[in-house]
Design a protein around this ligand. Sequence first.
Ligand code: FDA
Length: 508
Amino acid sequence: TVNDHFLQCMSIHSTPHAKSAQIIHQPNSSLYSYFLQSSQQNPRWLNASTSKPLLILTPFHESEIQAAILCSRKQGLQIRTRSGGHDYEGLSYLSEAPFIIVDLIYLGTVSVDIEDETAWVQAGATLGELYYSISMKSHIHGFPAGICPTVGVGGHFSGGGFGTLLRKYGLAADNILDAYLIDVNGRILNRESMGESLFWAIRGGGGASFGILVSWKIKLVRVPPTVTVFTIHKTLEQGATKLVHRWQYVADQLHEDIFIRIIIQDVGGQSSGKKMTIQASFNSLFLGGVDKLIPLMGKSFPELGLQAGDCTEMTWIESVLYFAGFPRGNSLDVLLNRTHPDRSYFKAKSDYVKEPIPEVGLEGVWERFLKEQIVFMIMDPYGGRMNKISESELPFPHRKGNLYNIQYLVKWEVNEAKISNKHVHWIRMLFQYMRPFVSKSPRAAYLNYRDLDLGINNQDNASYSQAWVWGTKYFKGNFFRLAWVKAKVDPDNFFRNEQSIPPLPHME
Ligand code: FDA
């Protein structure tokens, strides 16, 4: 069988570190279903009809990854690489074609060098593990990446990565100094040996198109010993519409030490005995003490009416727990938990906003929200550092001119096709409604909020011109350079998935 051939190939090509029983999990082995399920953050595809990997590899050492690439190519298998498993469309563990999963769960070491203000982070580490490790060495250092601690750095950094420090320090990808990647020929490359074009591509272009990332070297950033957080909730009855409307004019202009995002959701309803309404939560991190924040807010966003009593001072690492939804005083150990406590079926989409949406436009969103159940719209402000980095500096192009990013999210609790379809239809309708209010030509989207509705590759013969449709939404003008790099490093398109970068053909 293919598995036997693959195992034989692995035993010839891996170094003696490889104890195949520990790293290769076949469908009949006890850990196979554990590894298949454990890091799927969107369990929508956990049903019998989806095709399963022929085996799952959990390497301890680079040489096992090198062998896996070589042996998969020999056997005509595809590879899905998984770090944290948070891909919105499951691309790190699903494939129509025969495939194996390379799961980097055991390659998650974080080595922090505080003197040098850098760290080496293996791709299988989570953001929580990274933040935890930094905080064990210093409480005046942090890293500007995503908010959810269970996200893996392999997918996250290679797609951009942003969170509460975005306005001050940019993306996670903006703060990467070096990386180790194993390419289609099984070579282990670092920044110097891969060259600047490939190093550019893996910082925002998505790692999956270019090889298997093993580790990143990152630049730590400075955070003050005391930061301030607040969350102010306003319902429609409390003037949410006017405040959200006003926020659009100030959020990207605020001092770069202030980050205020908005989370919109519907609240109330039968189970609570309260009238259904929309709630906007202004959820904020300020890099400094409350005494500085209050006058700043009084000047720039007085409409919110922020008072010292709404604010809590804490350390930066405590703010990480706060944004992840843990209560004050919770042990930092929760950051080491790899499984998101609140897994549910979901579909998400994203947009970029360049002009404030008029109040009537927002009211149309509320109307649609009140017809669904578990829905969110998260508005993340840009500006600050993001305005100072050019669109082509990295593949991630959403810089100056973008006021904020929107993520729309619908969740549901019963995984039946009919029910899923209904919710997916709802979010598609919302997306259609939003068209006049958001970026155009292209209608831009964020790669890490992956959305296969934007377009997919033909798996047998991926074409650049077909992929251009979704590629320019994620990457704008950088899509061409990504396809050019792909043609250089993986011309036969071994590393591919539904939304991987196709190689640029000679003629184009
Ligand atoms: P996963 O392992 O699923 O990989 C994602 C993609 O990258 C796949 O195509 C995979 O093959 C590829 N890949 C993974 N590891 C690789 C490697 N080592 N080498 C090559 N390719 C590799 N984003 C954000 O910017 N800010 C945020 O705050 C959040 N918050 C958030 C919360 C929750 C609950 C979810 C589910 C997601 C987010 N995200 C986010 C989105 C997140 O950044 C995105 O899903 C990342 O791609 C996840 O990376 P993982 O490694 O966890 O995913």
